[in-house]
Design a protein around this ligand. Structure first.
Ligand SMILES: Cc1ncc(COP(=O)(O)O)c(C=O)c1O
Length: 418
């Protein structure tokens, strides 16, 4: 990397702001609703609340609860609210982390620590996590840091984890099973009850990754739709992750890792005092962190309340339903599996779905793809409710374009052959 000189003289903020705005000109335009990836968007009003709340505490340090009792309280209340939404009992516990990766990481720390204390892992082996193939890479990342390994197990036909196959993959070094609610690639909720039963029968840690679903599934269920059991109310589930900065609509840097009880959470507590300053203790990976993400998460939870989340979830579902119905009605497209929430995986039936993706991009949409199988991966937000009709019109036109082009290519092939 070529080094850069520190500018010899400071620049005015107006100049910097201008330069930064220019730098952002190629960034994802999530505000328009024409992006169906990488963003969780509630409304300008919610963003305003998050920004104001963030600003109030952004210079305060979440590392020091005794110096900032306000942040301690905000964290505890945000965690308690999350536990209430996700089947936590009165003795459940949790931690506010900086994101889904860190929440999953802390669950892996707890599982590994429990196994270590129980002397579970045979000599010469490393603690093993058994996860569906669809689990988020944060488990492999955690395993890489923590000296663990991950066995990824093929999922069933409709993309849900296969508990029997996972049970077969358990060996004597296995310490943890994982299920997703929902999984990122296909938006479906894994059979959490069955995976948890496998874990409980063998005394293994069971973690539910509900980073995407933690703040949608409870509201989808309240809106009257069927959602399979997925949370701490399922016997055998030891921990869960739920991201405030996804469908909790908080500012970036906020997620919750929940534990069935305080004893399980205590497994993540790092304490140290063998240095001149004395005691240092944390329950998260990082040290210093902005209080802004904590205060914004607390404020957004309280600003939206249950009725706010229900309304936003209803808007997201209206986009989901509209696009799903349109896809179902296009013979050359289909929905992969049975998505429960937020993610809509669109496959081609006799059509190259990535060619459709390109045709959508040509119409100004930002499209995400999944490779196994080839999928247009739609991540839906409340703001897509306003734009779903346009998406559907463009999708029909894109499919017609691709079909016309491949029809023309086929007839050229036929005429060459002739
Ligand atoms: C299912 C799932 N788990 C975990 C994560 C990681 O979350 P983060 O990017 O906040 O670390 C994601 C991110 O999309 C996810 O979809």
């Amino acid at each position: 990397m070529p080094t850069l000189p520190l500018p010899a003289h400071g620049a005015a903020w107006t100049d910097l702001r201008q330069r930064m705005a220019e730098a952002a000109s190629g960034d994802l335009d999530w505000r328009s609703g024409r992006a169906t990836r990488n963003a969780w968007v509630a409304s300008p009003q919610v963003h305003h609340v998050a920004e104001e709340a963030f600003r109030l505490f952004q210079w305060d340090n979440g590392l020091y609860p005794s110096s900032f009792p306000s942040l301690k309280r905000f964290q505890e209340e945000a965690v308690a609210i999350t536990a209430g939404l996700l089947g936590g009992a009165a003795d459940s516990a949790g931690t506010l982390t900086t994101g889904g990766t860190e929440s999953n990481f802390q669950a892996c720390v707890a599982a590994r620590e429990k196994a270590r204390r129980e002397g579970r892992v045979p000599a010469g082996r490393v603690p093993r996590i058994v996860a569906p193939r669809t689990a988020h890479p944060s488990f492999d990342k955690a395993a890489w840091y923590l000296g663990m390994e991950v066995a990824r197990v093929p999922v069933g036909e409709i993309g849900r984890a296969d508990p029997a196959a996972m049970a077969r993959a358990v060996d004597d070094a296995t310490v943890m099973l994982v299920g997703s609610a929902p999984c990122w690639p296909y938006g479906c909720v894994d059979p959490i009850e069955d995976i948890a039963a496998v874990a409980a029968a063998r005394g293994l840690w069971m973690h539910v990754d509900s980073c995407v679903g933690g703040f949608t599934l409870p509201f989808i269920r309240k809106l009257g739709r069927e959602v399979p059991p997925f949370d701490l109310s399922v016997p055998g589930v030891d921990s869960m992750s739920a991201d405030l900065h996804k469908y909790g609509f908080a500012a970036k840097g906020a997620s919750v890792v929940l534990f069935r009880d305080e004893a399980r959470k205590a497994l993540t507590r790092f304490t140290f005092d063998d240095w001149p300053t004395g005691s240092y203790a944390t329950e998260v990976f990082n040290g210093t962190r902005t209080g802004g993400a904590i205060s914004a998460a607390w404020a957004v939870l309280h600003h939206l309340g249950e009725d706010g989340y229900l309304k936003l979830t209803g808007r997201m579902l209206s986009a989901f339903d509209k696009i799903k119905a349109a896809v179902d009605a296009i013979p050359s497209l289909g929905i992969f599996g049975r998505p429960h929430a937020a993610v809509l995986p669109v496959v081609g039936r006799g059509i190259d779905v990535f060619a459709v993706a390109e045709a959508m991009e040509a119409r100004g949409w930002t499209v995400s793809r999944c490779k196994e199988p080839p999928i247009i991966h739609l991540l839906l937000n409340p703001l897509h409710a306003d734009i779903a009709d346009r998406y559907v019109d463009d999708l029909r036109a894109a499919v017609a374009d691709v079909a016309a082009k491949s029809g023309a290519a086929r007839s050229r092939e036929v005429s060459y052959a002739g």
